[in-house]
Ligand binder design. Structure first.
Ligand code: F6P
Length: 323
């Protein structure tokens, strides 16, 4: 294998740079050249290339975002666009592709493999932790820590003023960030898409804790946990419970920032094994983390698998400890 292309795709996630670094340096160690496609499949399709070597990935491990850029590139759904991109790839003597992103990005990679025999490897990079076959996606730990820090700040105000805070966290279709954040931040309530507990039940619990003179109340709402998000939940709660409140939407603040050590380590493990897998002649594998160890999971199984269900135990724990 002479040359590997690397791209990041979909929403950026803290730790993607650490994964690129690991992939590049592992490739160098195996005598393989690397290059980056700028802005994900868009750069792959339009031949926007960035040379990558050991020095180019220096001083990147601690930075959030992705220094080679990313995008959600709808034209890549078109088979002709993919065919043109592969012709350019062959012209540039690129033998394999590492795709860092979520399962939408993996579908793109699989299409290249199925239609043109391109050797591909996937690395799960998304703050949502909603990829089948891995315990941990790159960026999830950082996003949760960012949300917890924000809630620690809000709690000072909630405790001082008695106002309730409805905090909306990200997670397009997944409640993973919300659940982990709720447990770690000691939230009074959490609403996630996977759970159908209703507002009335939440209000009963809030009334009960107000009656015990508890002052600070944080309710974590997953972006997709309730139509209308945290604003709608707050409105409906306030129709049943007359109490001052504020709504805070954390939004893209959760996507940036310095990756935690955990995200960097997972990124390092994944980036290294992705290249080793390709160099050994395997294709169509995602590097997941299971039981703390990097493992190869067929991308076919990843995209066919259901999104991991909300962790019932964490949901129960959040409610049990809400005080
Ligand atoms: O998939 C990552 C994510 O941050 C989701 O949590 C969120 O729903 C979505 O991306 C936001 O996408 P965009 O940046 O395109 O608004």
């Amino acid at each position: 294998m002479k040359r590997i292309g690397i791209l990041t795709s979909g929403g950026d996630a803290p730790g993607m740079n650490a994964a690129i670094r690991a992939a590049v340096r592992t490739a160098t160690g195996l005598g393989i050249e690397t290059l980056g496609y700028i802005d994900g499949f868009e750069g792959f399709a339009t031949r926007r290339i960035m040379p990558l070597d050991d020095r180019a990935v220096g001083n990147q491990v601690q930075h959030g975002g992705t220094f080679i850029g990313t995008s959600r590139y709808a034209p890549f759904l078109d088979a002709d666009v993919r065919a043109r991109a592969v012709r350019q790839m062959h012209h540039d003597e690129v033998d394999a592709l590492v795709v860092i992103g979520g399962d939408g990005s993996f579908r793109g990679a699989l299409a290249l493999q199925a239609e043109h025999g391109v050797a591909v490897a996937g690395i799960p990079g998304t703050i949502d932790n909603d990829v089948y076959g891995t315990d941990h996606t790159i960026g999830f730990d950082t996003a949760v820590n960012t949300a917890v820090l924000a809630i620690d700040h809000l709690r000072d105000t909630s405790e001082s003023t008695g106002m309730m805070f409805f905090v909306e966290v990200m997670g397009r279709t997944s409640g993973a960030i919300a659940l982990h954040t709720a447990v770690a931040a000691g939230a009074a309530g959490v609403l996630v898409p996977e759970d159908h507990s209703d507002i009335v039940e939440l209000v009963e619990r809030l009334k009960e804790s107000h009656s015990r003179a508890k002052r600070s109340h944080i309710i974590v709402v997953a972006e997709a946990g309730s139509p209308g998000g945290a604003f709608e939940v707050a409105k409906r709660v306030s129709e049943l419970l007359d109490h001052p409140y504020r709504v805070v939407v954390l939004g893209h603040i959760q996507r940036g920032g310095r990756p935690t050590a955990r995200d960097r380590i997972v990124a390092a493990q994944s980036g290294a094994l992705a290249v080793e897998s390709l160099a050994a002649g395997r294709t169509g594998m995602m590097i997941g983390i299971q039981g703390g160890r990097p493992v190869e999971v067929p991308l076919e199984a990843v995209v066919a698998g259901a999104h991991p269900a909300a962790q019932e135990d964490l949901l129960r724990l959040a409610q049990q400890l809400s005080g």
